[in-house]
Ligand binder design. Structure first.
Ligand SMILES: *Cc1c(COP(=O)(O)O)cnc(C)c1O
Length: 400
């Protein structure tokens, strides 16, 4: 697990003044997750710009939050759903099924029926057993075959668990034809938080080759390519900007036939920078040569991404400065694994001080638990108001 780092410089990048964090913490109590829908919108638009001609379907699992979905819905986004719960959430936000694709490669029959009842008819499969599940619904569905192209540098490898081999595609298409099921295209997910676009570029090239071959030999007319997610969020300064990251992918996509529908399923890139976690110091202790600070959020809460997502977040102590001391940030539960960061250099903190974790919108709240019956952080939405500029803090924050 990579270390967390403390950056005073981050204060320049953040969207709110330190005093605003303290004000929100006082108003709503901690732990809090501030979700800035202005940032959600900014991220969505910049990815749209970097991938013109590619329809974006937000991966709901990343941050399944109503205001996030409503913001993206208003902006014209589509949605990637993978469970009955995600379908219910999308439906309750008034999202229509024509704007959804169901991307889970292995699911219960009940999940398929739920998707169809909702009205979504694009599903994903990656093996013969899953394909057979669609026989009773063959009149209604159009399938994507998920191929397991793998990134060498992704922080989270998603091709280990799902995706067929490129060589398996002809046989699966043959089987689908025999069963009378329509396969409309290919999909892949090279892994999350990929640092270089090489894996996407290679996967697009290989997909294009497969699609061309299938067209040539009349096996199937694949006219949709779903390039998945994986677009990197700027957790640190060495992450390429989205324009730079997407340029070679764009170039490779441009070589596909013009009638191929292109889609992507971004999650992290859209949600990560929109989240700021606020926790309060609830106690401190000197242990060895470190000062331990116990805060009211930890790896069983919003910082769960430290464990499940292998993520590193910039933390900041708004309003505190002074000589830096070797510090440990620990969560509130009784478990010793509940340590957010060790060897962190922080100015000395007092009980009641606020610790702000930045870049905490993706795979954080989504995986939080209520272990020890400490409640999950409350979500406070900022920047959603009509006319609010991207990233602007509006005083009328909404708690949900
Ligand atoms: C998780 C997931 C995504 C989102 O991936 P990011 O790396 O967060 O962009 C997209 N598609 C599928 C099928 C996923 O499982």
């Amino acid at each position: 697990m990579k270390k967390l780092y403390h950056i005073e410089a981050y204060a320049k990048k953040r969207t709110c003044a330190a005093s605003h964090y303290r004000e929100l913490a006082r108003l709503y109590g901690t732990p809090l997750l501030l979700v800035d829908c202005g940032v959600i919108l900014r991220q969505y638009k910049s990815l749209c710009q970097a991938l013109p001609g590619v329809e974006l379907f937000y991966a709901i699992k990343t941050l399944p939050q109503r205001d996030v979905l409503e913001t993206l819905k208003a902006a014209g986004a589509g949605f990637d759903v993978a469970s009955c719960g995600e379908i219910d959430l999308a439906a309750s936000c008034g999202i229509t099924p024509d704007r959804c694709i169901h991307t889970h490669p292995v699911k219960k029959v009940a999940d398929i029926e739920k998707g169809l009842d909702f009205g979504c008819n694009i599903f994903v499969v990656d093996n013969p057993f899953e394909l057979e599940k669609f026989v009773p619904y063959r009149q209604e569905v159009r399938l994507l075959l998920r191929v397991g192209f793998r990134s060498r540098d992704a922080v989270v490898d998603l091709a280990r668990k799902y995706g067929c081999q490129a060589e398996d595609v002809p046989q699966l298409l043959e089987q689908a034809r025999t069963l009378g099921i329509s396969v409309t295209g290919l999909s892949f997910h090279v892994g999350s938080q990929t640092i270089s676009p090489d894996a996407h570029v290679d996967a697009v090239r290989e997909s294009a080759e497969i699609m061309a071959k299938c067209r040539q030999n009349g096996l199937a007319r694949l006219d949709m390519l779903d390039i998945g997610g994986g677009f990197p969020a700027a957790y640190s300064d060495d992450i390429p900007g989205i324009e730079e990251f997407c340029a070679p992918i764009r170039a490779e996509l441009a070589r596909l036939p013009g009638d191929v529908r292109l889609v992507a399923e971004p999650g992290r890139y859209i949600a990560a920078p929109a989240g700021t976690a606020l926790a309060s110091v609830i106690g401190k202790a000197r242990r060895g040569d470190s000062i331990w600070y116990y805060v009211d959020d930890g790896v069983y809460g919003t910082y769960s991404g430290r464990i499940y997502d292998n993520a590193t977040y910039p933390v900041e102590v708004p309003g505190r400065s002074g000589p830096l001391r070797r510090s440990v940030l620990a969560g509130p539960t009784c478990d010793s694994i509940d340590v957010i960061a060790e060897d962190l250099m922080l100015p000395e903190l007092e009980t009641g001080d606020i610790v702000a974790g930045h870049m905490m919108g993706a795979y954080t709240m989504a995986t939080a638990t209520e272990f020890n019956l400490f409640p999950k952080p409350r979500i406070v939405v900022v920047g959603r108001m009509e006319g609010a500029a991207a990233g602007e803090c509006v005083s009328g924050a909404i708690a949900t």
